[in-house]
Write a protein that binds this ligand. Structure first.
Ligand code: BMA
Length: 331
């Protein structure tokens, strides 16, 4: 008879393990958002964009319903832990006629020049996956800005200020889903026409990010450079594992990587991260800097629910410079 084995998990945050200090501590309230926190028939709620808005934490969540593969749905919270979902999904502006959106997901929200600009994956059976851009001032009404002309690109994250007079975004062009792919930076004068694309960083054979790397959060400006929390994928015989890492990019030329930590800073380990629609996944579209100098990351867990992990900004910066002295390099 086959016995199901439940993986050993920590139900409470663990600051140290094997003598290594954790950079990010997971909330004991995890998962802070579950599909059942939404009205209606939401089956999976994950990968939110997040930002402080009107004194609240506002999360724009990937929500899969019976009617739609994924749509976007807002949840709001005063303390960043207990969330209330809006009664309806967002009223997303219609796409152009030649790009019927079958699925919209992974929103990343940037506040720039008095507006909130949302970059997201716009997926169309006929026109492929492209970086879509929508803007809002109040998170009630949304206005379409553009859908990028390049097909096969997602994980767009807009920098919170112009660089050398241009809008700048991180993105991840891709071909065959099983090929390796890396993070790039592209520029635009108007959020419509994008170019001057440069590679930023690639997958690292033998490490936890050996297959794919792409933007996670909207970059945070620090005195050392742009802190970027990114996702890395490795492939195992049982499928991919998604984890997060930290790197520091040059303020004036983000294609220059100043430092890139060798360790992952967040990985799937608990039941809610390892079992779900897509197991073994932690994935982030945000990193929210608090007034206390900590960074809150609301991450998708197993493409099913949302966890919260928090760490000091200074520790995340240090993590970018960290070598793996013990040579523990999970593949
Ligand atoms: C990526 C994106 C994410 C998803 C992840 C794991 O390629 O599609 O939305 O969380 O895969 O399934």
């Amino acid at each position: 008879m086959t016995t199901l084995v439940t993986p050993t998990v920590h139900s409470t945050p663990v600051a140290t393990r094997g003598g290594l200090k954790r950079v990010l501590i997971k909330s004991p309230h995890n998962p802070v958002i579950k599909p059942s926190d939404f009205p209606g028939d939401v089956m999976y709620a994950f990968n939110p964009g997040a930002i402080r808005f009107n004194g609240e934490y506002l999360l724009m969540v990937d929500a899969a319903t019976l009617a739609q593969p994924v749509t976007l749905w807002i949840a709001r919270s005063k303390d960043g832990i207990h969330f209330t979902a809006d009664p309806e999904p967002v009223n997303w502006p219609a796409p152009p006629e030649d790009h019927a959106e079958d699925c919209i997901y992974d929103p990343r929200i940037t506040f720039i020049d008095g507006e909130y600009i949302i970059l997201y994956a716009s997926s169309s059976e006929s026109a492929g996956v492209r970086v879509g851009i929508v803007k809002t001032k109040d998170f009630r009404t949304f206005e379409r800005v553009s859908i990028a002309s390049e097909q096969g690109n997602r994980n767009g994250a807009l920098f919170p200020e112009k660089i050398n007079g241009l809008y700048a975004r991180l993105d991840r062009p891709f071909g065959d889903p099983n090929d390796t792919c890396g993070m790039w930076v592209s520029y635009s004068p108007d959020l419509i026409y994008w170019g001057r694309s440069r590679p930023v960083m690639s997958a690292r054979p033998g490490l936890w990010d050996s297959l794919k790397v792409g933007a996670g959060a909207v970059p945070i400006k620090t005195d050392k450079g742009w802190l970027e929390i990114y996702h890395g994928v490795t492939f195992t015989g049982a499928g991919p594992i998604y984890r997060l890492g930290a790197c520091m990019l040059d303020l004036k030329d983000p294609s220059k990587v100043i430092a890139r930590g060798e360790d992952t800073i967040l990985w799937p380990e608990h039941d809610y991260e390892m079992v779900g629609r897509v197991g073994n996944v932690v994935f982030s579209c945000n990193a929210v800097l608090t007034d206390e100098g900590t960074v809150r990351i609301y991450y998708g867990a197993a493409d099913t629910c949302i966890g919260l992990a928090e760490g000091k900004l200074s520790d995340l910066i240090d993590a970018c410079y960290k070598k793996n002295t013990l040579r523990i390099r999970p593949a």
